[in-house]
Design a protein around this ligand. Sequence first.
Ligand SMILES: Cc1cc2nc3c(=O)[nH]c(=O)nc-3n(C[C@H](O)[C@H](O)[C@H](O)COP(=O)(O)OP(=O)(O)OC[C@H]3O[C@@H](n4cnc5c(N)ncnc54)[C@H](O)[C@@H]3O)c2cc1C
Length: 493
Amino acid sequence: MRTGEKILVAGSGIAGLGAALALGNGSRDVTILDRDPPPPQGSAEDAFHNWERKGATQLRHSHAFLGRLTTLIRERYPDLMAELLAEGTRLFGFADGLPVSLAKNYVPAPGDEDCKLLFSRRTTLELILRRYAAKLPGITFVTDAGVRGLIARREGGRLIAEGLKVERDGAVQDLRADVVVDASGRNTSFPDWLRAEGISVHEESSPCGILYFTRHYRLRDGESEPPRDGVPGAGDLGYIKFGVFIADNRHFSVTLATPEIETEMRMAVMKPENFDAICMALPGAARWMNPQRAEPASQVFAMGNLENVWRHTMKDGEPQVLNFFAIGDAAVRTNPLYGRGCSAGVVGAHLLRAALDSSASPVERAKTYERDLTAAYRPYFDSMVELDLNAIRRAKHERDPDYRPGLRARLTRSFADDGLMPAQRGDVEVSRAMSRIFHMLDEPGAFLKRPAIMARIMRIWAMSAAEKKRLGLYPPKAGPDRAGMLALLKIAA
Ligand SMILES: Cc1cc2nc3c(=O)[nH]c(=O)nc-3n(C[C@H](O)[C@H](O)[C@H](O)COP(=O)(O)OP(=O)(O)OC[C@H]3O[C@@H](n4cnc5c(N)ncnc54)[C@H](O)[C@@H]3O)c2cc1C
């Protein structure tokens, strides 16, 4: 392992912070540059209201960390986990998400401790991660520093990264480094800079097909969160998806995701009164939003241009550019609905550290990182692309009164609605298997390869609908149908 290397990281979002954690053991000199200002000195409230982050436009949308990331933090950085919890962020374990009927007979099994979501406003998460990372040896944060270009030279048909052009206080200076890391997020300019140097950057992209809307709320003084029973706090009605995100310090947020083709709905939802009216029509959100219990704490934030994107700088298995690595959304970005981006960013940063430690050869390092990132994230990426394309088709059918699904579509739907979903509500082993996939601990579809789990699902699929209803295996209705919701919003279908 080479030590004393100088590393420049462009971007101090979640992946840049992950790089600080992974590389901050004092053996390297790591400078993390961000175009945005530093976090305010004060509390989580200050950060939520006053931290200007034009470089991370998703900052005020609901965020949660999956088990893959909370496990990494708990195992490698227990003092960081302690700080996060002390500042009011919340862990939500496997048992917390079980329906009451399963929760009452729940017996913990090995691995359940890894299925934990960390809930918090993202500003709070970043604030605490940042304060922790800034104290690590060898880590320096430079703020208000816009990266304007890559410094590189050509050698043996390859491009060798040597540093960054950085603008501060109106002047651009060259900063030199042994390794350059692109952690500048979804709108990274590095692909353009690399293309300008003759590198072919291949981008796989596929639409998520949704728009994202978030509003934050605060529990009123003396009020507490609704009990965790009854109607689930998340659901998919085809024309809209919703989720309640518990957060830190008596806050929570609701996110609504509308299919892109739901033009009327997506226009309407931007208005706070419509946003609240939609939520109040969704029992799983209404119990949180009830005006006696909570009050709005923000405007409605909207976000579009959501795509699954994987960028490749390797060509025919060979790196075209050396001493350059992309992590986080700059490398791979995915549908926010699955909540996998932050885990992928921080895990990717740790894979980068492992690749740098594995060899002094820039070619070997590039190949190791590419191989490990592909192994860690490709199955999830492929699954999200497929699920998103299915959801886009479903949203289209939802608007077509003449649509009649074929046999295959009916079977797939019935397996999901009458087999998998009720089995998740009625069988703790199925619920556990699905939870491990959700948390990125097992690969998508892992349950299909486990005969014992499949047998449990098939048993419930084979039950009559009446029996499943009697056992409470169908979730309560998530909300009105599309026509009902449009009528509520006084929009013609
Ligand atoms: C609406 C929405 C909701 C999401 N919800 C979740 C969730 O619940 N859970 C989850 O895990 N993931 C979620 N994600 C994904 C998650 O936000 C991203 O995957 C994650 O932020 C990626 O981290 P990053 O560091 O790569 O990029 P970012 O966090 O976007 O950070 C990029 C950083 O680079 C800086 N930067 C950009 N350009 C320059 C430049 N030229 N010079 C200097 N600095 C620059 C920016 O200022 C920013 O600080 C969500 C995404 C969206 C869009």
